[in-house]
Design a protein around this ligand. Structure first.
Ligand code: ZN
Ligand code: ZN
Length: 413
């Protein structure tokens, strides 16, 4: 839990979000009373049962494929009609607009488990990470650091954000009622398709933030609380294979054929139909290295601090490599010729071929890169170490390993 050991700040509670809490309680109460009134579900007509399952599962996929893998992590690209459908399904989930959701999720990945900066840090308890966090409105001080230009550029995201409340009420409650009215069961459509469906979608998604950070296996990383669990994966359209957290830009929640991940199967199908492109995958060697580390270190105590760990990894991976020593002049010369040079921890890292692969996007790599006009024209590149070591993102062991594999020289000033 490196994030926790690095920070000594106490989390800001934030003001109570009364309208949200009231709405949340009201939907639960309606679902409970309505569910009792129209029970048991076996007495419902077949169409209403199918409608309920669709009104539960389609929004879940809208969240996992759309909100999560497409918009939060840019794990693939999709044609406009697919983005539109995913946005509508996601809207039905009653989890806020794409923009609202994605910004918080990006914070969660950057500062996973950090009680201050992770909006739903599992380290603050099971209830908090499941739903406690949505009742408060703290100021997320790191939120302005999160990339949002891609969201602002997407007209579907802008439209959905602007009209979110009426769109959500219509798609989540009115639409199931209207559809079921066509076979004479408007009440069944409202209660089961609408209210009960919303409660099911909520808690299935919330499980990813709570139980999937609590119970299960850790085949890829033990640095964070995220875990993998088959039952959870089945309840969450695949997201319960949550230990793959370390590779958020991958369109899969698990690289193995046996990993239960219907979201991955649907994205693959969209790709085959020509409706999705640019499916991103983590480097197989990074996945293997992550698994190998877990297997070989599983009985060792976790490194006392992120620095200890970086030093250990550094010693392991750079032992045999003798790096050139560059002066500031040489750095300037090389920066002109290469795509993206960063100076991290006194070492020059050539990230030119990695810019497109960076899970956090290319914008931040470029922001802290040595300027082509020369290192003296800006001081921003000197903040790269701060940004890499937790300022902008708490990087995983495997990200540190990849960064160190791209070192090309030591900077001598
Ligand atoms: Zn997570
Ligand atoms: Zn994610």
């Amino acid at each position: 839990m490196q994030a926790v050991s690095q920070k000594m700040e106490t989390p800001e509670k934030g003001s109570f979000w009364l309208p949200n809490a009231f709405f949340f309680a009201l939907i639960h109460l309606g679902a409970l009373l309505g569910g009792i009134y129209l029970s048991p579900p076996s007495t419902l007509c077949k169409q209403t049962i199918i409608l309920t399952i669709l009104c539960w599962q389609l929004p879940c996929f809208g969240i996992t494929i759309g909100y999560h893998r497409l918009w939060s992590h840019k794990a693939f690209r999709a044609v406009k009609p697919v983005r539109f459908v995913l946005a509508i399904f996601g809207t039905m989930a009653f989890q806020g607009s794409i923009k609202w959701w994605v910004l918080r999720h990006r914070l969660h990945h950057r500062f996973t488990d950090d009680p201050v900066h992770d909006p739903y840090a599992a380290t603050r308890g099971l209830f908090f990470s499941h739903m406690g966090w949505i009742f408060r409105k703290p100021t997320y001080t790191k939120l302005p650091l999160i990339e949002k230009d891609d969201l602002d550029r997407d007209p579907i995201v802008r439209f959905q954000h602007k009209y979110y409340v009426p769109l959500a009420l219509f798609t989540g409650l009115v639409l199931p009622t209207m559809i079921a009215a066509t076979w004479g069961d408007a009440m069944g459509g409202y209660i089961w398709g609408g209210l009960v469906g919303r409660v099911l979608v909520w808690h299935c998604t919330f499980l990813v933030n709570s139980l999937a950070h609590w119970e299960g296996l850790q085949p890829y990383t033990d640095e964070i609380t995220a875990r993998g669990n088959l039952i959870m994966a089945m309840l969450t359209c695949g997201e319960g294979n949550h230990n793959f957290h370390a590779f958020p830009h991958d369109f899969r929640a698990g690289p193995n054929i046996l990993d239960w991940d219907p979201s991955k199967w649907i994205i693959t199908m969209l790709y085959r139909l020509g409706l999705a492109t640019g499916l991103r995958k983590a480097h197989p060697e990074d996945i293997k290295a992550a698994q190998a580390w877990i297997l070989s270190h599983h009985h060792e105590p976790f490194p006392a601090s992120a620095n200890d760990e970086a030093e250990t990894d550094s010693a392991e991976s750079t032992d045999e490599v003798v790096l050139a020593k560059w002066s500031l002049n040489e750095l300037n010369k090389q920066a002109k010729q290469r795509g993206c040079l960063l100076v991290i921890d006194g070492f020059v890292v050539d990230a030119s071929s990695y810019v497109g692969d960076h899970p956090g996007g290319s914008v931040f790599l470029r922001r802290y890169a040595v300027p082509k006009e020369g290192a003296r024209t800006s001081e921003e590149w000197r903040k790269a170490t701060w940004a890499f070591q937790g300022g902008m993102n708490v990087h995983s062991r495997i990200a540190k390993r990849r960064m160190m594999s791209m070192r090309v020289a030591e900077l001598m000033e």
